[in-house]
Design a protein around this ligand. Structure first.
Ligand SMILES: O=C(O)CCC(=O)C(=O)O
Length: 267
């Protein structure tokens, strides 16, 4: 798959690009089954909802040396339609994964992600340039009721806004301060709901403002995120770096699997 000029321009202008039906039903079934298997493990790299202890985030599935690894996810991160598309946008073949995760927003209990830019945190990880792109795959239907993502189109052009430490949800992280969000939402473009079907995919820029609400539906909403960074932009040393599952120090370029498939018997 090669992104067209129109798609590349759309990414540049909006800060994201939606690719519908990129994964077949059979491929999604493999990724769902692996997500279910990993979610049952009791290991580091799994963040849980504070009230119910159910998994909220599974990290580092792409890395064969991680307890949360899965051959299906190792392969997914190398497929031409995934890695090749990010290589095209970032104009380099030398990319590694800063991190990977499956965000599980369980029916009813799956909680909010406040408005933020991913580069708010990633700069604090020691990364200098906002040149990262995330590739997201929907494993379940993403609906507004089910807490789908919302993007503010074009907000990646605001540059990085200094974030604030936020302990309002089960996953403590750096979100965008309320006054800055209000200003961006009043002055910028109208946010859009990123709804879709299992197998739909979305690429987005690390400075794009995004959020998602509580899952108020009866269905789980799971999404996979692969966050790619050029090896030339790998993090500088920082005091107290985040754990390996959140800030990878495996800077080996991820290799394209030209003939890769998720449907082999090994999964
Ligand atoms: O999966 C979601 O609903 C939001 C995830 C998100 O914003 C993030 O992981 O940075």
């Amino acid at each position: 798959m090669t992104l067209t000029k129109k798609q590349l321009l759309s990414f540049e202008q909006d800060g994201y690009l939606i690719l519908r039906n990129l994964f077949s039903k059979e491929e999604v079934t493999v990724l769902q089954a692996e997500a279910e298997r990993i979610a049952k493990l009791d290991t580091e790299g799994i963040v849980r909802e504070s009230q119910t202890n159910t998994p909220k985030i599974i990290l580092r599935m792409h890395d064969p040396s991680s307890p949360t690894t899965s051959p299906a996810y190792v392969m997914a991160a190398r497929l031409p339609r995934v890695l090749g598309a990010v290589q095209q946008i970032l104009r380099t073949r030398s990319l590694y994964l800063h991190h990977s995760k499956i965000n599980i927003k369980g029916a009813i209990e799956g909680s909010v992600w406040p408005w933020h830019q991913d580069f708010g945190q990633w700069k604090l990880d020691g990364i200098v340039e906002p040149n990262l792109v995330t590739f997201m795959i929907m494993l379940d239907e993403a609906t507004e009721l089910g807490g789908c993502l919302h993007f503010q189109p074009g907000s990646h052009r605001l540059g990085r806004i200094d974030p604030q430490w936020d302990e309002s949800t089960a996953y403590n992280f750096y979100s965008t301060p309320i006054e800055d969000i209000k200003r961006a939402l009043k002055q910028g473009r109208k946010p859009v709901a990123i709804t879709g079907r299992p197998g739909d995919s979305v690429l987005f820029h690390c400075n794009l403002l995004h959020s998602s609400g509580q899952n108020l539906s009866a269905e789980d909403r799971r999404q996979v995120y692969f966050c790619y960074n050029p090896t030339s932009n790998r993090p500088q040393e920082v005091n107290n770096p985040r754990p390996e599952f959140a800030r990878s120090t495996n800077w080996e370029p991820v290799q394209l699997e030209e003939n890769g498939s998720l449907l082999g018997s090994k999964f």
